[in-house]
Design a protein around this ligand. Structure first.
Ligand code: ATP
Length: 269
């Protein structure tokens, strides 16, 4: 039995309010949300929306989060699959999963399809020794076939995430496929503060916590790291039976995360 799961379908409750610090990416996708909400408006004007959008950014910058927020805002079903799962599967399984996912999504259109880690199957072809018949290549070909096989008026949008746009097969980037790119950058100081604000919403903070300070002291942290930081700080407070999370908890949490990473780096040396 294959280890890989079928495409997951969910009703996303994520909204753009849950996404912070990547304002230009949010602006880029507002048109896409509007289209999924009211495709008729665009069609009447003869405007064709993109079929595929590539979300490009380093790990933990919110690519998956943003995809969920688009589905949540537009109130359309969200189908997701991670391309890395196909790598070690029996030949044909990945392609079949891709075909199934597109078929189901089309029945429920308007819908959003999300392919995480596209580079896992989308690396440029012909580099390996598989003679064009390996699993990765078949899966990639199936994605290309599916994208060519639906019309813009079917109201399916395919989002794909990658942190390696440079290695992608150029066939993926042709018009009618992933011909739009939205870039998510590592958060700068203000962005980090905005992201922290999202993640402390349900956390009782002591009066001595200054999130601008925390943001200033977390250079290099991604959105995912910051989420982690808030959680570590809350765990620290719980360990000490505090009723509120104070600034010392944030200090301890930050040191733990930073030192933990340094230790991991040492171990892998
Ligand atoms: P990967 O490339 O590792 O899959 P990703 O870019 O898809 O990462 P997410 O999985 O979306 O990143 O991020 C993980 C979690 O980190 C999110 O669920 C969210 O809680 C938090 N996060 C990341 N970026 C942001 C952001 N810009 N605003 C708020 N929260 C964020």
């Amino acid at each position: 039995k294959s280890r890989a799961r079928r495409a997951r379908k969910e009703t996303s409750t994520t909204t753009l309010n849950d996404v912070a610090g990547i304002e230009s990416a949010k602006r880029d996708i507002s048109e896409i949300i509007d289209f999924l909400k009211s495709p008729e408006k665009y069609r009447k004007l003869g405007a064709e929306m993109p079929k595929g959008v590539l979300l490009v950014g380093p790990p933990g910058t919110g690519k998956t989060l943003l995809a969920r927020a688009i589905a949540g805002e537009a109130e359309v079903p969200f189908f997701s699959i991670s391309a890395s799962e196909f790598i070690e599967m029996f030949v044909g399984v990945g392609a079949a999963r891709v075909r199934d996912m597109f078929q189901t999504a089309r029945k429920e259109a308007p819908a959003l399809i999300f392919i995480d880690e596209l580079d896992a199957v989308g690396r440029s072809r012909g580099a390996g020794l598989g003679g064009g018949h390996d699993e990765r290549e078949q899966t990639l070909n199936q994605i290309l076939t599916e994208m060519d096989g639906f019309e813009a008026h079917e109201n399916i949008l395919v989002l794909a995430a990658t942190n390696r746009p440079d290695v992608l097969d150029s066939a993926l980037l042709r018009p009618g496929r992933f011909d739009r790119k939205v870039t998510l950058d590592r958060p700068h100081r203000e962005a980090r503060e905005a992201i922290l604000n999202v993640h402390v919403r349900k956390v009782p903070l002591a009066a001595d916590v200054n999130l601008a300070d925390v943001a200033a002291r977390t250079t290099g942290f991604s959105g995912a790291d910051l989420k982690n930081l808030v959680n570590e700080a809350a765990l620290t407070a719980a360990r000490d039976n505090l009723a509120e999370v104070n600034s010392l908890c944030f200090e301890i949490a930050r040191d733990r995360l930073v030192l933990g990473e340094e230790r991991d780096a040492q171990l892998t040396k």
